[in-house]
Write a protein that binds this ligand. Structure first.
Ligand code: SF4
Ligand code: SF4
Length: 81
């Protein structure tokens, strides 16, 4: 399942550099996660890195993108060829 950024985002920019899939971009007014790129960090890290660094605790699961661990790994592999 991909994650998404909710309205509590303060646009601090801390998460962007942490994403192994370059899935996070600045939006207006809040930052945005591309669900087709977010693998929940599967393939790269044990837990979602954006959540670890986010001071606003505003990155919940995206209920519209439910995927198995295998599907998340395939997504990661596709992105990194
Ligand atoms: S969970 Fe990982 S892959 Fe998904 S947006 Fe956050 S840092 Fe990127
Ligand atoms: S770390 Fe959190 S508050 Fe900062 S830009 Fe990313 S989602 Fe927004």
């Amino acid at each position: 399942m991909a994650l998404y950024i909710n309205d509590d985002c303060t646009a601090c920019d801390a998460c962007v550099e942490e994403c192994p899939n370059e899935a996070i971009t600045p939006g207006d007014p809040i930052y945005v996660i591309d669900p087709t790129k977010c693998s929940e960090c599967v393939g790269a890290f044990d837990e979602p890195q954006c959540r670890l660094v986010c001071p606003a605790d505003c990155i919940p699961d995206n209920p519209d993108y439910r995927e198995t661990r295998e599907e998340l790994q395939e997504k990661y592999d596709r992105l990194h060829g």
